[in-house]
Write a protein that binds this ligand. Structure first.
Ligand code: HEM
Ligand code: HEM
Length: 140
């Protein structure tokens, strides 16, 4: 599951960047909103949420280390609180952005809505991803 979680992390980052670039092109090119492209980001994010929750309840770094004493330990707090919380907020933003755009008839506005929500989500994800990358199980 940890391996899957690190693999999906890379797939999700790549998916978000691709969705943002294609939607940017559609926005500036005054083209139709491409819901299927935005859906790639949504599905990858939801998959990562499920896998992340499983890792959270099974890994020693997740719920198991949630304690008042560990709050003072930055490296522990990162995994049992900051990382999961920020990622869940980002995934909620992606879901809201996708959902809102689906109902917008004006292509320019739909593209713009997905762009705003997905770009903020990407920034939040990048802010709480566990660097250094060398420790990811996919690279070991
Ligand atoms: C903890 C698990 C999950 C939660 C809480 C969750 C939550 C949600 C929510 C709230 C929506 C509503 C979006 C809307 O208003 O249209 C949604 C839509 C969706 N989710 Fe999830 N989801 C989860 C897991 C998954 C998984 C595992 C997948 C697939 C691999 C998935 C795929 C989708 C798809 C395809 C849509 C809607 C697409 C559409 O409306 O066109 N979700 N999810
Ligand atoms: C945007 C979504 C997410 C991304 C990109 C992401 C990325 C990562 C990465 C790269 C790691 C390091 C894995 C390793 O050391 O091999 C990690 C670890 C972890 N993640 Fe996530 N994550 C996401 C969402 C979540 C969520 C939603 C949860 C929990 C609710 C979660 C819980 C954890 C935990 C507990 C660990 C530590 C696992 C361990 O080494 O024992 N993650 N995450």
């Amino acid at each position: 599951m940890k391996h899957l979680h690190s693999t999906l992390a890379i797939i999700l980052l790549a998916a978000l960047i691709i969705v943002i670039l294609i939607t940017l092109a559609n926005y500036f090119g005054n083209k139709a909103y491409n819901r299927k492209i935005a859906l790639i980001g949504l599905i990858t994010a939801h998959l990562q949420l499920v896998v992340g929750l499983i890792v959270y309840f099974t890994s020693g770094l997740g719920l198991a280390s949630f304690s008042g004493a560990n709050m003072k330990v930055a490296s522990s707090r990162f995994y049992f609180l900051e990382h999961p919380l920020m990622m869940i907020i980002a995934i909620i933003l992606i879901t809201i952005g996708y959902s809102k755009s689906k109902k917008i008839l004006d292509a320019k506005k739909a593209n713009q809505t997905v762009l705003i929500f997905y770009i903020i989500a990407l920034i939040l994800i990048l802010s709480r991803i566990p660097y250094p990358v060398g420790s990811w199980s996919i690279f070991n």
